[in-house]
Design a protein around this ligand. Sequence first.
Ligand code: MRU
Length: 343
Amino acid sequence: MKVKTPEGIRDYKTVWMRDSKVYLIDQMALPHTLKIFESDKFWKTTAAIKDMLVRGAPAIGATAAFGMSQAADEYSCKDLKGFFKHMALAEELMKSTRPTAYDLFYAVDYVHEKIKKSPSVEEARRIAYKESQTYAKTSIETCRKIGLAGEKLIKNGCNILTHCNAGALGCVDYGTAIAPITFAHRKGKKIHVFVDETRPRLQGAKLTAWELNQEDIPYSIIADNAAGYFMMKGEVDLVIVGADRIARNGDVFNKIGTYEKAVLAKENSIPFYVAAPSTTFDQKMKKGDLKIIEERPEDEVLFIDGVSIAPKGSKARNPSFDMTPARYITGVITEKGIKLYKK
Ligand code: MRU
């Protein structure tokens, strides 16, 4: 992704690994500070996912793959049986960081599959490192293809609404929902983006706005509850969001608030697309099952950037995702192209 720095425009990835260190853009420090977090230990990488220094399904997946390579490096004996026990525990810990994003599970299982037949600990470590790099590279290419496919949906003069951050910061690069927008802009199409602020953690206002700013793409941040108003006024032509998990029947899990945007889009006859890599599809889930939705700490609702916004002692509920039934979705944009949902 393009990043404006005092030294000029630089290219950044959201997460990368060199030797046994994982580096990531600290998303808690954005939009005001570009800070790189370095993790030299498996447990620090799991904590970075849990505490959301890195977030967004594909970015979580790549970070998890790198974390599994670190776990392999941290086993200091030569005993292969002991190594696989150690890795099984690491897998369990990694999978417990964020329960909704399917890419996390996909990435951990991917590394597991690649190392499971290794003849020695040394060889398993080598494969884990190489394959985690391949995983991240493939993820970048997948998002690039999503961008190329989705760009065709965006006409000159288009006003697009997006929710949360499904941009380069939520992936390794390019993004999912934001990739088509970036490609349309780079092609010279005149576009404008409505950015839902996305309470409680404000990934829209903080992260999506920051990314669009780096690319000089015109945007307006709107309060989450303003989307319906702009749709009714005819100011929104298209909605594109990302996804954390997609069930076999097409039901989509994404950031809390996605469901109501989809219902409003249908009510106002606005196309509603979901952009996601194929790795987001959970083939084991027949239809959207609310059990996998993560509930995060209530302080994320009761405070904004450490400032209390509610009476002391207030209770809050904080589901991090919701499920949008397939009937509200026009189609899905993957690296394989655009697939329209049957109506
Ligand atoms: O809780 P988050 O910030 O990890 O949630 C992210 C989202 O819901 C994104 O829209 C989704 O992961 C799409 S992937 C870039």
